[in-house]
Ligand binder design. Structure first.
Ligand code: ARG
Length: 458
């Protein structure tokens, strides 16, 4: 039965129910709704609205429902209730009669849903942070398995300068670290409690809002009732955190799809995270990676969708705001799955180190080293850059690498070039020359990797 029937003489149309009812999706907040209701019942008792006995009955019934929710035995499917809040109230009335009818005293579904959803987001933020840590661990482990492997580094998807594969891994570790710290920022801002703000103007009952907030694990109560019931910034922030992190996952996926391609051949993916073709027997497709990239569409869409929903809403609560949930629930789910499957992909991959090395040595990726070598011989960098460019042209003519050109050819471009140029043109030389904080030398990368590994272990 609807919570608001008294003023109505006719029932709702079935199409209205379909548009209006949120129980099919907001049932995911059952645990939070029950938790908030327990604390509200205690607040009502302290305010003298409920007797000890009534509160005790309510708390017992609510905890009983909580247990059923945990075991998945609450029957949402055959319920005619509109949302999770009316579902819980109806269940209490069925169990306790008039005592059940007292719990909603001084409370509105507006402060209730704002509280429930904050609790729900808070809980998921904690588990998403754990997923981010797991993914970073997978990156550190694969980096550790291939500590000295060299891959081509790209700009404009053209081979630019060689880098350590571990350096590539640590780049994504940095991104996922920022994603986690963004969630910390969100957690700090969302942790204010709306309960006690009523429908929009504050409750008339003398409940202790500080105590309610504390009992629900919030840092304090929201300070303005109009804002408290109509603020969905915390959902938007969650969607932005998810979108940014999905963008990082997607860029990593894109790199790996390319590294896995027949053209690059840098790595192989495990059978468990790839699929075959129904037609072409030879195929092994990187579906998991493609889906990490593909799922960005719906996640970015959810952020855009809620921004548009919110932008025209007058204070305070409007039913439009019920549209905050499906996108956020789906986003949390997709983000969680993508973080987990990304870990599995990294755990499964095997790097073809010799193929990576071969590719890193091609494409004149040591031309910068030659220019820097000339700087060491007293030539201004811009001139050295030009000379190195001419040397590349020679190598292109000869169809060979710079280091394969005989000294006489190198000297025909610049007589400052001597025999000591050849070690400079070796891959490891270019790598280890970048022995600077944040650079790709073995020493800096191994140190960063070891520090990250021991931070994880402690
Ligand atoms: N299902 C609603 C939501 O998610 C709960 C709040 C309903 N409040 C109201 N006044 N109709 O927003």
């Amino acid at each position: 039965m609807a919570l608001w029937g008294g003023r109505f003489s006719a029932g709702s149309s079935s199409m209205f129910r379909q548009v209006n009812d949120s129980l099919p999706f907001d049932q995911v907040m059952a645990a939070q709704d029950l938790q908030g209701s327990v604390i509200w019942s205690r607040a009502l008792k302290k305010a003298g609205v409920l007797t000890d006995e009534e509160q005790q009955q309510l708390e017992t019934a609510l905890l009983d429902l909580k247990e059923q929710a945990e075991h998945g035995t609450l029957d949402f499917a055959s319920s005619a209730e509109e949302d999770i809040h009316s579902f819980v109230e109806a269940a209490l009335i069925e169990k306790l009669g008039d005592t059940g009818r007292k719990l909603h005293t001084g409370r509105s579904r507006n402060d209730q849903v704002a509280t429930d959803f904050r609790l729900w987001v808070r809980e998921h933020v904690a588990s998403l942070k754990a997923d981010l840590t797991t993914l970073s661990q997978s990156l550190l482990q694969v980096a550790d398995r291939h500590r000295n492997a060299i891959i081509p580094g790209y700009t404009h998807l053209q081979r630019a300068q060689p880098v350590l594969f571990a350096h590539w891994c640590l780049a994504y570790v940095e991104m996922f670290k920022r994603d986690a710290s963004r969630l910390d920022d969100l957690s700090a801002r969302l942790n204010q409690c709306p309960l006690g703000c009523g429908a929009l103007a504050g409750t008339t009952y003398p409940v202790d809002r500080h105590d309610i907030a504390r009992q629900l694990g919030f840092d304090g109560p929201c300070l303005n009732s109009l804002d408290a019931v109509s603020d969905r910034d915390f959902v938007l922030e969650l969607l932005f955190c998810a979108s940014t992190s999905m963008m990082h996952i997607s860029r990593m996926a894109e790199d790996l799809i390319f590294y896995n391609s027949g053209e690059a051949g840098f790595l192989q993916l495990g059978d468990a995270v790839t699929s075959g073709s129904s037609l072409m027997p030879q195929k092994k497709n990187p579906d998991a990676l493609e889906l990490m990239r593909g799922k960005c569409g719906r996640v970015f869409g959810a952020l855009q969708s809620l921004l548009v929903t919110m932008k025209g809403l007058p204070l305070a609560y409007n039913k439009d705001m019920q549209e905050d949930k499906e996108g956020a629930i789906d986003t949390v789910n997709q983000w969680h799955c993508c973080l987990c499957i990304a870990s599995e992909v990294l755990d499964s991959l095997s790097l073809n180190e010799s193929r990576c090395r071969e590719a890193a040595a091609q494409g004149f990726a040591n031309a910068t080293e030659l220019a820097d070598y000339l700087v060491g011989k007293g030539i201004p960098f811009r001139t050295g850059h030009d000379i190195a460019g001419q040397v590349v042209l020679k190598a292109l003519d000869e169809g060979c690498a710079i280091e394969d050109l005989p000294l006489s050819t190198l000297q025909s471009v610049c007589d400052k070039i001597e025999d000591d140029v050849y070690p400079v043109l070796q891959l490891e030389y270019g790598i280890n020359k970048r022995n600077i904080l944040g650079g790709t030398s073995m020493q800096t990368v191994h140190q960063a990797l070891d520090e990250a590994l021991s931070a994880v272990a402690s």
